[in-house]
Design a protein around this ligand. Structure first.
Ligand code: FDA
Length: 402
């Protein structure tokens, strides 16, 4: 005999928990299903274990989507302040680590506990280790064949997320279902992900592994002035993760190693006031010694490629040579070999095309009994708490008016 529910939410992650709770509070009978053994695994992993649960400065401009206006309505109706109020109501302490970026003062688990408590209060029936074999739609309802039997539901909310980090439960289920329903899918790729490097540069940077520097990284017309981290696999850190979402294979990436500095003006001045000092000594004032050394070494090669010799003393630099130094240090360009892919990516770009989805309640325009929310949609936030804000906002919008 089949079970029945008003609403089945598929995926007990950030968006699914929020949608299920919202629907539960309206009095609906809600089943929340997930194929893994524990809900909210990404929430636990997020923000380095401290969950960057929202960003107070959230605007639609912080999202990548082929339909940039789609996110506006939900973000306007459920704001970061709404989530902060929920966090405060549950007595969870938080800190603003960078402007607008709110993290738990303690552990991510507190955010997950809050969501599970709310789901419980809302009467949500959470069932883990349940997989879906088939979804069939009738004119007004949905029938699911699951590992726990058949379920008939008035509405199915798909919150199965993207492809990032399969070990945390990610699958392509939401995309497969969208395809089955005849929806358009935009190509998916890993976002907020470290870059891998071609062998020569990788070997060159390997001895500096673990070193971090304040830089500005530019890719695809977007610049991010945040730290960069050199790893034994390539480049990571917030500036690189941000840039990766705007990167296409084969494209180049530019690093300004001295953001906010007028390099040529500063060095010209220093040439007058401290003519005997060296470029390397000046670089040492701005970066760790090992990085300053590598930059000097690479500058020597750059000069040599132009049949020039990098002068020892600043006094011996011509104006043109100072220009060359400035350009090299502030527009250093490389082409990544690739990214680390879904294995370590925080998000998946692309996904279900929002053109066929209502921005009011997230229902499929020709199939109102099915809704898609969260990361499975072609809406992806930049780094900084925006992705959770999207999960909360889309979850709340889809959990209403059922
Ligand atoms: P989410 O991936 O959270 O949930 C999907 C759920 O569906 C999972 O529980 C999964 O098991 C389930 N599922 C999948 N396939 C299924 C199937 N076939 N059947 C049943 N269930 C299925 N964002 C942010 O704003 N601040 C941060 O600090 C971080 N930090 C961070 C760290 C790391 C390591 C990662 C990987 C990601 C982040 N993010 C983040 C991104 C953020 O975690 C992400 O955008 C949201 O969790 C997306 O929420 P969803 O609910 O859409 O998917």
């Amino acid at each position: 005999m089949s079970q029945t529910a008003d609403v089945v939410v598929l995926g007990a992650g950030a968006a699914g928990l929020m949608a299920a709770t919202t629907a539960g509070y309206t009095g609906k009978k809600v089943l929340l299903l997930d194929h893994t053994d524990k809900p909210g695994k990404k929430i636990l992993m997020s923000g380095g274990g401290r969950c960057n649960f929202t960003n107070l400065n959230t605007t639609p401009a912080h999202f990548l989507s082929s339909n940039p206006n789609f996110c506006i309505s939900a973000l306007k109706r459920y704001t970061p302040q709404h989530f902060v109020e929920l966090v405060e109501r549950h007595g969870v302490d938080f800190v603003e680590k960078a402007p607008g970026q709110l993290f738990c003062a303690g552990k991510s688990k507190e955010i997950l506990n809050l969501l599970l408590t709310e789901a419980d209060w809302a009467g949500v029936d959470l069932r883990m280790k349940t997989s879906i074999n088939q979804v069939a739609t009738t004119a007004e309802s949905v029938r699911l064949e699951t590992s726990a039997g058949s379920i008939d539901a008035g509405t199915l909310i798909v919150a199965t997320g993207g492809l990032s980090i399969p070990t945390l439960g990610a699958t392509g289920f939401g995309y497969d279902l969208a395809r089955q329903l005849g929806l358009n899918l935009l190509p998916t790729r890993a976002g907020l992900v470290p870059f891998t490097l071609h062998p020569e540069l990788k070997e060159r940077l390997a001895p500096l592994s673990g070193l971090s520097a304040e830089v500005e990284v530019t890719c695809g017309g977007h610049s991010f002035a945040e730290p960069l981290l050199i790893t034994h696999r390539g480049l990571s850190g917030p500036s690189i993760l941000q840039a990766s979402s705007y990167w296409q294979p084969g494209a180049s990436v530019t690093i300004n190693w001295l953001p906010g500095l007028q390099v040529v003006e500063e060095l010209s001045q220093l040439r007058l006031t401290a003519p005997k000092s060296s470029l390397n000594a000046w670089l040492n004032d701005h970066h760790a010694k090992r990085l300053a050394g590598l930059l000097t070494e690479m500058l020597q090669e750059e000069f040599a490629s132009k049949k020039l010799q990098l002068p020892e003393r600043l006094a011996d630099f011509s104006n043109n040579q100072l220009e060359l130094v400035g350009q090299f240090l502030q527009e250093w360009t490389f082409t990544p070999a690739g990214t680390e892919g879904y294995r370590t990516a925080e998000v998946t770009l692309g996904g279900v095309d929002t053109q066929a989805i209502s921005s009011r309640d997230f229902s499929v325009k020709d199939l109102p009994q099915i809704r898609f929310i969260g990361e499975v949609l072609d809406v992806t936030g930049q780094l900084g708490g925006f992705n959770f804000q999207w999960a909360w906002a889309s979850g709340v919008a889809a959990g209403q008016d059922l």
